[in-house]
Design a protein around this ligand. Structure first.
Ligand code: DX5
Ligand code: ZN
Length: 214
């Protein structure tokens, strides 16, 4: 299992310390949550912070844009050092064009679905995607409760990917912990994002290692 800890739950006053901890951990990637206060009811951080994180680690940055019309920022995200750019299906009018632009910029293209957006909406683009990110909470905040329906949705996405011959990975974001993680692994997830479960734990590296072993 690839673990992508979300720095939304890190201590921003000690960000360098927290990134160093992740660098020494079994985290595969580092998940960066960008929020614009319009697409979601919260504002987090933007490009200067991602650039600073990039300078502190060689782990791939998994950037999750919770912003309207994310296609405007493909170049900016690449210039921050991102390896993976996640855009919401609900925020892109021309999703195919945005996905191509992300790939042309040399990044992995991932499309994110809110809890109420059906997996079938990706049927005609799944072959183009490097990853699908299923939100297992309504985006905007860390530390929310896992929406159980995501397990069944993950199984349906696994079936769509396997039947289409797509190579897309399945990433799950929201309320992932040592209880929900094993259920998601069984349902077919490839990547788990975890914010609160990692950063609120007494031993964050051990939680990351336990998720990575799933
Ligand atoms: C939610 C963000 C998540 C969040 C996950 O809008 O996209 O990445 O940080 O946090 P936890 O793991 O605490 O639910
Ligand atoms: Zn996220």
């Amino acid at each position: 299992m690839i673990v992508s800890p979300s720095i939304l739950s890190a201590d921003f006053g000690c960000l360098e310390r927290d990134i160093k901890m992740l660098q020494e951990s079994e985290a595969g990637w580092i998940h960066c949550d960008v929020m614009d206060g319009v697409f979601v009811p919260n504002i987090s951080f933007g490009f200067p912070v991602i650039k600073a994180v990039s300078a502190l680690t060689d782990k791939p940055l998994d950037v999750h844009l919770m912003i309207v019309d994310p296609g405007r920022y493909v170049g900016a995200v690449r210039d921050c050092g991102a390896s993976i750019m996640n855009v919401h299906q609900e925020a892109c009018t021309h999703l195919h064009r945005t996905v191509q632009a992300i790939k042309d910029a040399g990044m992995k293209a991932a499309v994110t679905l809110n809890p109420a957006t059906p997996v079938g909406t990706l049927e005609d683009i799944i072959g183009e995607l490097d990853m699908v990110l299923l939100m297992s909470v309504n985006p905007g905040f860390g530390g929310q409760k896992f929406i159980e329906h995501t397990l069944e949705k993950t199984r349906r996405l696994r079936k769509l990917i396997d039947e289409s011959g797509s190579k897309a990975l399945i990433e799950i974001d929201g309320g992932v912990n040592l209880t929900t993680g094993p259920m998601l692994a069984e349902a077919g997830a490839d990547v788990l994002v975890a914010g609160n479960a990692v950063f609120a734990a007494p031993d964050p590296k051990s939680v990351i290692a336990q998720l990575a072993a799933l």
